[in-house]
Design a protein around this ligand. Structure first.
Ligand code: UD1
Length: 419
């Protein structure tokens, strides 16, 4: 079977309104968390993404009932029986590691294959495992398979993360929520998706405080009950569409977003010379003036500038007047959009953690290949700005995080189709 490609006729100004779907990085841990619940959960605002389908497959493989109706997923984990995730399902989605804490919390035993590396470079889980061990877990690794047990009730622990890992914070929260003692996570990740996970767990009867700050406190409860919960909007998807407006000199109203989660990204677009107006649940961006280079953009843990937005902003800066520098502090291998953007005529030098971008007056079309999720989205932005017809292949990466990116962009004037 030949894989489909996006065909983008670039050079058209983006203008209109886009509704932003639920956050991938929030829905995945929330779906894993439903394993801990004795009762039925209805999760609203679930985006139609391949990673969400993979999570549902994992839940079913563990014995849960999982039904999807539009943007709502209903999960009944009352029938959960298995504690093992197959290697095939683990490979489908690297972030399935977040099931580890949830399965341990529910069944006290979990077997899954080690996630290993990914497109962004090595993806260690040492902080996840050290935190779970502090909660009392025993962990054995054999030929890439992790076998974990959590004998007895979780009686609490004081855990300091050496760096504020999102996944480690989530896994520890999930494993500690049912128990008798108090668990404190220090130097916890402060990402809004952590607060969303805590919001869901608390709606189910958990006792979590401090989420959104660097000290999260989890007081163990006997059990969790079913609940309805709405997933927060995807701040990275919102930032991507803002990039589409910026790189085409257009304007957009993004609906259903939470601007308070996006200050560092808004600031970067403002530094480029875009006008950005945040409202309570919408953001308007207009890029009527020529884009300006930015001296330095550094990726940092939240509330710093997100690594996930870095390739997006790199694409936009290819058209900004002057020299911009990006310093990537979170992942090793996050400049994979650079060689493909160069094929469109961008002037980017990337070495180690630093990329230097000289803005060019025009980009021109080429056949380019997505190498990971956000790099893929960055290439779509490049294609929107490039003269001629650009093709982007390897769309399975983009589909992991964007619900039909071409439909959203077409609705605001882009000439883009999937064939
Ligand atoms: C999550 C997001 C991802 C985002 C990233 C950083 C999900 C599904 N994915 O990934 O989109 O780019 O946060 O905001 O939510 N590290 C260790 N040891 C560990 C864990 C992490 O050294 O045990 C390192 C990583 O290599 C990386 C850094 O910590 O350099 C941040 O990783 P982490 O916050 O854990 O990211 P993820 O949870 O994997």
């Amino acid at each position: 079977m030949t894989e489909s490609k996006l065909y983008i006729e670039g050079g058209r100004r983006i203008s209109g309104e886009i509704g932003v779907h639920g956050a991938k990085n929030s829905v995945l841990p929330v779906l894993a968390a439903t394993l801990l619940v004795a009762g039925t959960c209805r999760i609203h605002n679930c985006p139609a993404l391949s990673d969400v389908y993979s999570s549902c497959r994992i839940l079913r493989s563990l014995g849960c009932k999982c039904r999807r109706e539009g943007q709502t997923v209903e999960i009944d984990a009352g029938t959960v029986s298995a504690y093992e995730i197959s290697e095939q399902l683990m490979r489908e989605m690297r972030s399935s590691i977040v099931f580890l804490g949830a399965i341990l919390g529910r069944l006290r035993r979990c077997r899954l294959s080690f996630p290993g590396g990914c497109e962004l470079g090595p993806r260690p889980i040492d902080l996840h495992l050290a935190g779970l061990e502090k909660l009392g877990a025993r962990i054995f690794e054999d030929h890439g398979v992790l076998d974990c047990t959590l004998p007895g009730a979780v009686t609490g622990a004081d855990i300091t993360l050496t760096l504020p890992s999102v996944g480690a914070t989530e896994n520890i929260m999930l494993a500690a929520v049912i128990g008798t003692g108090e668990t404190v996570i220090r130097n916890a990740a402060r990402e809004p998706e952590i607060a969303d996970l805590a919001g869901f767990l608390n709606a189910c009867g958990a006792n979590i405080t401090g989420h959104g700050s660097s000290t999260v406190v989890i007081r163990g409860v006997d059990s969790l009950h079913g609940a309805e919960y709405g997933i927060m909007p995807d701040r990275i998807v919102a930032a991507t569409y803002m990039g589409a407006a910026a790189i085409t000199g257009g304007e957009l109203m993004l609906k259903g977003v939470r601007p308070s989660d996006m200050y560092s990204t808004v600031s970067v677009y403002e530094q480029m010379g875009c006008s950005v107006y945040p409202y309570s649940d919408r953001i308007y961006i207009s890029a009527k003036k020529p884009l300006k280079a930015i001296k330095t953009v550094r990726t940092m843990p939240y509330p710093g500038f997100p690594t996930d937005c870095q390739p997006i902003v790199m694409a936009v800066l290819t058209k900004a007047r002057g020299t911009s520098v990006i310093v990537e502090n979170i992942f090793e291998n996050r400049f994979r959009a650079a060689p493909e953007l160069r094929r469109l005529g961008a002037d980017i030098k990337a070495e180690g953690r630093v990329a230097v971008i000289e803005g060019v007056p025009r980009l021109s079309s080429a056949a380019i290949v997505a190498t990971d999720l956000r790099a893929g989205a960055a290439l779509v932005l490049g294609g929107l700005a490039a003269e001629g017809t650009t093709t982007v292949s390897n769309l399975h990466y983009i589909d992991r995080g964007y619900e039909s990116i071409e439909t959203s962009l077409r609705s605001v004037g882009a000439k883009i189709k999937r064939m």
